[in-house]
Design a protein around this ligand. Structure first.
Ligand code: ADP
Length: 632
């Protein structure tokens, strides 16, 4: 099937053809046969690089009205925004910033790219453009199974269909164990395929050689110890680069990513001085300098502690082949498009709170799926590095095994409370039955008996009544507080923490900026900041010296460690508003520049929310939320 034969304008056909897209890939042809250009709903569960973007474009370009493309991550939103902006005659909008704007002018675009949080927030705030949508594409729909974002995604898809009845839905998924359940939930046809434009072989390395699932073998030239995972990784990465390819190496932690990159940078694999100086110019942090030093030699590290501008520079330079190697934490696997000839997974386990745990099969498959660049590599290769004792386990767990099933996480009480409040506050429902009716369109309800659903909803409603966010009368309604919490896009737990903080502060002699920062940093919506052992004593001392500025007494809290972490975040942010430089704070508090960036952003959002919530609480503590937000 040819692009020419599709119901697209001549300009669009030219656009695709000029990018080498003339004949449809098999999954794309299957999508057209299933009616993607005629408004039919579908779920495409196909591998990375098999052309899902074109399926999405066909759905949105042929729809009878505006299209929305929902992504899980901001970095992906940017990438898709750039891709769609190149389409001739198509206006594109993007929505990824603040969590609390309705973004009315987005409705003027043909295509809007947004994160699921942003769409959820727009629905809660009653944005008009949602009702006009003709087509919604959900990227990485398998993430409905992820703990953090999954519930938001499924509730968003449920409420979206209420605001825009009859909207066409196209969902793109990684290869998972139960795509038919997702398709059934969305009332969509399933396109399932294992086809890839470039062959992929996956194998396990142990004791000097790798064996692949296609029966081939590879014995890299190892300078060091063949039993040592890092020596083997070095050899596998260097081998791919010597053959003219690029390599991605996955390790378990940020520190490991940096250490491996610094080691590989000494191996003469390449050079990228222009990118290095671009990175040097971005900021003067120690991390930035170290990254630039590696990039000078054609190697980069990539993890969540980097500033987003650093990550963007690294991704871009890798895509245009200036960089030869990226050493990354697993977060890169789920993110943007950075294919390489060879993927080396050195670590398959990572630390959790309780010890080392194997990575999920799906996550490792996504890393491996990055191997093989269409038009550039003859094949892709993924190697899991093990030893004699782990060889069989790696093979069983990741090479032979199917990925996990996608399971709803909405039953989690925190998630459910958040969404029950939002359903009531947005006036989707004013009764228990009404809530159940809205939730009936979630993936959770799809697989859960109604009776069970009824009982978890009852618990959530009772909790929210107790928190003063829902009022029970002839019908259910959100209180002023509940309404503000929902519109500000914070969780009920965060709302409750802010309310408690405001009440305590009202009874304090002289609450300060630190008081306000402690309140917002101690909420579940602020990320934890790592507190090392060496810093602990100093932080304890700081907390003691400022005890009269905090709303939590040092002897009162059930989770002292968690609170001390919040104190650290508050202290860092206080330093920032007082004028300390990023380089200074990063060094002094041993955090990544990206951590500082994301905490500043979150704090700005939470301070805004606290300011709004204060309006619904009688206690008048007069905390400087607004002023702090401006100074951030
Ligand atoms: P994914 O499934 O990972 O989203 P993409 O849609 O990004 O994959 O496609 C991967 C690459 O394949 C892109 O560079 C894209 O331009 C190219 N591509 C997609 N469809 C075709 C096609 N029918 N013919 C040739 N190249 C294609």
């Amino acid at each position: 099937m040819r692009v020419r034969d599709l119901p697209l304008s001549a300009a669009l056909v030219d656009h695709f053809e000029s990018r080498g897209i003339e004949e449809l890939y098999p999954p794309q042809a299957a999508a057209v046969e299933a009616g993607v250009t005629e408004g039919e709903r579908l779920v495409a569960a196909v591998p990375t690089a098999s052309g899902k973007t074109l399926i999405a474009e066909l759905a949105m370009l042929t729809a009878d009205g505006p299209g929305l493309y929902i992504v899980p991550l901001r970095a992906l939103a940017r990438e898709k925004y750039e891709t769609f902006s190149e389409l001739p005659g198509v206006s594109v909008g993007i929505s990824t910033g603040d969590f609390d704007e309705a973004g009315e002018d987005l409705g003027e675009n043909d295509v809007v790219v947004a994160t699921s949080e942003k769409v959820d927030s727009a629905i809660r705030n009653g944005a008009d453009w949602i009702a006009d949508l003709a087509c919604v594409v959900v990227d990485e729909v398998h993430l409905v199974g992820s703990e953090g974002r999954g519930p938001t995604l499924e509730v968003t898809l449920a409420t979206l269909q209420r605001r825009a009845p009859g909207v066409c839905i196209v969902a793109l998924s990684a290869t998972v164990a139960n795509p038919e359940e997702i398709a059934d939930w969305l009332d969509a046809e399933l396109i399932q395929s294992t086809w890839r434009p470039v062959d992929l072989r996956t194998g396990v390395y142990a004791e000097g050689s790798a064996t692949f699932d296609d029966g081939t073998e590879l014995a890299p030239t190892i300078a060091g110890d063949p039993e040592d995972a890092t020596d083997a990784t070095d050899a596998l990465v260097s081998g791919a680069v010597d053959d003219g390819g690029q390599a991605l190496a996955f390790v378990r932690s940020r520190r490991e990513a940096e250490t491996l990159a610094e080691r590989l940078a000494g191996s003469g694999l390449g050079s990228a001085p222009d990118v290095a100086s671009e990175i040097r110019d971005l900021d003067g942090t120690e991390t930035g300098r170290r990254l630039a030093d590696c990039v000078d030699d054609g190697v980069a590290f990539h993890h969540a502690g980097l500033r987003s501008t650093h990550r963007i520079a690294v991704e871009r330079a890798f895509r245009d082949r200036t960089l030869r190697v990226i050493c990354a934490t697993p977060t890169l696997a789920a993110g943007v498009n950075v294919p390489a000839r060879r993927v080396v997974v050195r670590d398959q386990r990572r630390y959790t709170g309780s010890g080392m745990e194997w990575l999920p099969t799906l996550e490792v498959h996504q890393m491996c799926g990055r191997a093989g660049r269409p038009h550039l590599d003859p094949y892709g290769e993924a190697v899991l590095v093990g030893d004699a004792s782990t060889r069989d386990e790696l093979w069983e767990r990741y090479v032979d095994a199917d990925p996990e099933r996608v399971e709803s996480q909405l039953a989690d009480p925190n998630a459910l409370r958040t969404h029950v409040l939002s359903v009531v506050a947005s006036e989707f429902a004013a009764s228990r039955e009404g809530i159940l009716d809205v939730l009936d369109a979630t993936f959770y309800a799809h697989g859960t008996p109604t009776r069970e659903l009824g009982s978890v909803v009852d618990t959530a409603v009772a909790d929210l009544v107790e928190m003063g966010m829902i009022a029970e009368g002839a019908s259910l309604s959100a209180t002023d507080l509940g309404d503000r919490v929902s519109k500000q896009y914070v969780t009920p737990e965060t709302g409750a923490r802010i309310v408690a903080g405001l009440r305590t502060a009202a009874g304090m002699d002289a609450p300060t900026a630190l008081t306000a920062l402690e309140i917002v940093c101690d909420t579940p919506d602020m990320q934890d900041t790592y507190l090392g052992n060496r810093e602990r004593a100093d932080m304890y001392d700081f907390a003691r010296r400022h005890a009269d500025e905090f709303t939590t007494g040092m002897n009162e809290t059930a989770d002292f460690e968690g609170w001390l972490t919040a104190v650290k975040t508050a202290r860092v942010l206080h330093g920032w508003v007082e004028g300390a430089s990023a380089a200074d704070l990063v060094e002094r508090f041993r955090i990544g520049p990206g951590d500082l960036e994301s905490r500043i952003e979150r704090a700005a959002w939470l301070l805004g929310a606290a300011d709004a919530i204060a309006g619904a609480v009688e206690a008048d503590a007069d905390l400087p939320f607004r002023d702090l937000r401006a100074r951030l």
